[in-house]
Design a protein around this ligand. Structure first.
Ligand code: SF4
Length: 459
């Protein structure tokens, strides 16, 4: 019998980062503020490029099928820019913002950046019948505000060879993912409700959740304690997930994440043939295995060389089906990789992702790897009444007096203009606190702010 043909849609950036990223985790050169700043700088550089090259096309979507190693891949992505260079050469521009010191920006420090742009160029050349293309990497060093440009010209054949080589390297992973998808979905189709009967109201809830998961839309469930809500949403969602996924089970509290883990454990115990891989994303501070969390290669052995070892760790981890915090730490120790990052990397290979609301809703820490491209996901939100408060927290800026006071203290003795500025801000906070104390009934000043100010004063 002919083996079933495999088809896989793959974001180009995910492919190249997965295969080619090497080196260490280094929190000095990453971070959420940096990511937001990077997006803003991208737009600024693109606006400048439009003035320099009249045909500069920013954010050009590219998509192309490639057949390789008995797999049909649909590669898709968005080039930062496509334009005609001054000598008439069609060019792909890939922009990267970086905090690397300028002397380390050689153009060769990140092979995955070249590969990403080369794949865009291969697709564009193929679709437009071009014999050759130029690939340009534009680096913007954010602290020094310096721009660096590096270019190479390639024939269309050379670009195609790059794509084929990468897809060949990825083939074992694609086959493993496809095989898992096949057996997992078959086992979910055969899965039975794990209890002999339903509690009052449970059957109706399961039916409503199943319907919304198959047809799409939103459903708000309100049910009394004891009905078995966790199982009543997880079971029908798993029955409904066909080709897409994963199912995200998102909560406000750690205890309710444990309830989801327990429900999955019960399903696994009730059906020995069930193939279901889940990961629990735990806050970095909680899952970190170091006494002090400092995510740099100098301070943390799990950060040093993370990207050199993570593929071996992932291949091994895929044999574990319940990737709880304990399981992640065990795997992390075995392969000397950060358990937090390993959990995130594994989430792409799981049928269920359990975690905090943040991973979906927070504009700064949401899971880019899922939500920056379109996907077919199911979201189960536990205790949704917590969402308004959490949303307020996610979308509100916080300015604390203690940060200014601490910074001033760290500057030590002696005078400086920075110290003067910090003192002024600290004084303004004190003045506001006095005003709050004089007008405690004034609704403009929240109780939390008032108490926080008091705590600062006691420090
Ligand atoms: S183990 Fe802890 S310190 Fe090390 S990279 Fe992970 S979170 Fe950071």
């Amino acid at each position: 019998m002919e083996p079933e043909a495999l088809a896989l849609t793959l974001p180009i950036r995910r492919l190249v980062e997965f295969l080619l990223r090497t080196g260490s985790i280094d929190s000095r050169f990453t971070g959420f503020d940096r990511a937001l700043e990077g997006a803003r700088l991208h737009r600024k550089l693109q606006r400048a490029a439009v003035k320099e090259y009249p045909d500069y096309q920013a954010e050009a979507t590219l998509k192309q099928d490639y057949a390789c190693a008995q797999i049909t891949y649909t590669l898709e992505g968005r080039a930062d820019g496509i334009f005609t260079d001054t000598d008439g050469m069609p060019t792909i521009d890939e922009i990267k913002t970086t905090t690397l010191p300028p002397e380390l920006i050689t153009g060769e420090q990140s092979p995955e950046h070249w590969a990403q742009a080369q794949i865009y160029a291969a697709i564009y050349a193929r679709q437009n019948g071009l014999p050759a293309m130029r690939v340009r990497l534009t680096y913007f060093q954010v602290d020094e505000e310096l721009e660096f440009r590096f270019s190479h010209d390639y024939t269309a054949d050379a670009l195609d060879a790059v794509v084929t080589d990468l897809l060949t390297q990825y083939a074992p992973w694609a086959k493993r993912a496809a095989e898992w998808q096949r057996i997992s979905r078959a086992s979910l189709a055969a899965l039975q409700f794990p209890f002999p009967g339903y509690r009052p109201g449970q059957r109706a809830m399961i039916g409503a959740v199943y319907k919304i998961c198959t047809e799409g839309g939103q459903l708000l469930c309100q049910a009394p304690t004891g009905i078995g809500k966790t199982m009543s949403v997880l079971f029908p969602a798993l029955k409904a997930v066909k080709q897409g996924g994963p199912v995200f089970y998102l909560t406000a509290r750690g205890t309710t994440r444990a309830a989801a883990e327990n429900a999955l454990a019960l399903l696994r115990a009730s059906d020995a043939d069930l193939k279901l891989r889940s990961v629990t994303l735990t806050a970095k501070d909680k899952i970190c295995m170091q006494d002090r969390r400092e995510c740099t290669p100098e301070a943390c052995p799990y950060a040093k060389g993370y990207y050199d070892r993570v593929r071996t760790a992932l291949w091994d981890a895929l044999d574990t089906h319940a990737l709880t915090a304990d399981a992640l730490q065990m795997l992390a120790r075995r392969h000397k990789v950060c358990p937090f990052e390993l959990g995130l990397d594994l989430s792409l290979w799981c049928d269920v992702v359990i975690g905090d609301y943040n991973y979906l809703f927070d504009p700064v820490v949401h899971l880019e790897r899922f939500f920056d491209t379109a996907g077919d996901y199911l979201f189960l939100l536990d205790e949704a009444h917590n969402l308004p408060d959490r949303a307020r927290g996610m979308h509100s800026a916080v300015l604390a007096k203690s940060a200014f006071y601490d910074a001033k203290k760290r500057l030590g003795k002696g005078k400086s203009s920075l110290k003067n500025a910090l003192t002024k801000v600290n004084d303004i906070f004190i003045e506001w606190r006095h005003r709050c104390e004089e007008a405690p009934g004034d609704s403009r000043f929240g109780r939390t702010f008032f108490e926080k100010s008091r705590a600062d004063a006691l420090d």
